[in-house]
Design a protein around this ligand. Structure first.
Ligand SMILES: *Cc1c(COP(=O)(O)O)cnc(C)c1O
Length: 346
């Protein structure tokens, strides 16, 4: 039985074209700046995001960490959402390793933070206060259902940052999904931000890596920080080669994932044992709960789906699941998923 893995878009395998490009990649010592494949990936990424420069990093977590540590010094403060990946899922790196203080403001259901909250959160000159240096947003917003921040909003927060002399970072792990959903270029989304991280290893299907983009000056700083964190890699052009295929071939197809997510959600809406989140899916993620009348536990259902139907789903709460569509989920997989749930949960 072919496994249908809906736990995350991080499970995506490199495409045959990526493996081919990896095997042929011209490489060099990237710490010396001599890996032509990495250089090319960085230039392409910067160009696509409308920034001067980019730096290839092993993970999105390191990209965000380098960004925050490049914008902020010890004791400085970053304003972010209380459901932000940087706050929840990056092992507290910004404070553990950078001594950066975080002010977590409530994320609205759609991934925004209220503008008033941001404005009133920005500190003045009182010596009791940490110094606010940075505002960080996330788009698409993972914990907020894969929701997409409207351009108008991200531009408004940018104005606010500018008015107060703050830096502005985007955790754009899935910024190309946001671009597909908004029918704009990633460049337009990235425009107001000083720095943007995005992942090659999720919907874009590369095996490893993220790119952090920003001004030349900022990326020069990021280089030192990456070295300090142990993220300076050598002939990593074998990885960057897959990332180039991601940027050339995979960004344009993300709309397909969103359409399949919609199809899957429509099918699952007909399963009485499931209750889908209002508005789901915004992009490539479906969030849903077990209905009250279902006596099985969340993990019993997940185990049954795995063993009987070859379906792997993400358990994200007491009665809650996340299903993520990606390049390896085709129409047949969508149908099998709906049929599997129907059979078990009615
Ligand atoms: C996955 C993810 C990251 C981190 O990426 P890793 O490569 O897993 O370290 C950061 N932010 C968001 C929103 C993510 O979904």
């Amino acid at each position: 039985m072919k496994i249908i893995d809906l736990r995350s878009d991080t499970v995506t395998q490199p495409t045959p074209e990526m493996r081919e490009a990896m095997s042929k990649a011209e490489v060099g010592d990237d710490v010396y700046g001599e890996d032509v494949t990495i250089n090319r990936l960085q230039e392409m990424a910067a160009e696509m995001l409308g920034k001067e420069a980019g730096i290839f990093v092993p993970s999105g977590t390191m990209g965000n960490l380098i960004a925050v540590l490049s914008h902020c010094g010890r004791g400085d403060e970053v304003i972010l959402g209380n459901k932000a990946h940087i706050f929840l899922y990056e092992a507290g790196g910004i404070s553990a390793l950078g001594g950066v203080h975080s002010q977590q403001l409530p994320n609205l259901d759609d991934g925004r933070i209220a503008l008033e909250d941001i404005e009133s959160g920005i500190r003045g000159s009182d010596p009791h206060d940490p110094v606010t240096r940075l505002i960080a947003l996330e788009n698409t917003h993972n914990r907020c259902g894969g929701s997409v921040l409207p351009l108008e909003y991200t531009n408004q927060v940018g104005e606010l940052a500018k008015k107060h002399g703050l830096s502005y970072h985007l955790d754009g792990a899935r910024v190309f999904n946001a671009a597909a959903a908004l029918s704009v270029s990633a460049k337009e989304i990235a425009a107001p931000f000083d720095s943007v991280t995005f992942c090659l290893s999720k919907g874009l299907s590369a095996p490893v890596g993220s790119v952090l983009c920003g001004s030349k000056e900022f990326i020069a700083k990021a280089h030192r920080m990456r070295k300090q964190l142990g993220g300076g890699m050598r002939q990593a052009g074998v990885l960057a080669a897959a990332g180039i295929v991601s940027l050339e071939k995979m960004t344009e197809r993300l709309g397909e994932d969103h359409a399949r997510a919609r199809k899957l959600a429509d099918g699952l809406a007909g399963v009485s044992g499931l209750s889908l989140d209002k508005g789901t899916p915004h992009t490539n993620m479906i969030f849903m709960n077990l209905a009250d009348h279902i006596d099985y536990s969340t993990s019993e259902v997940a185990d049954h789906m795995h063993k009987q139907h070859g379906l792997r789903i993400g358990v994200t709460g007491k009665r809650r699941y996340r299903l993520v569509i990606h390049n390896w989920i085709d129409d047949d997989a969508v149908e099998r998923t709906v049929a599997g749930f129907k059979k078990y949960l009615g």
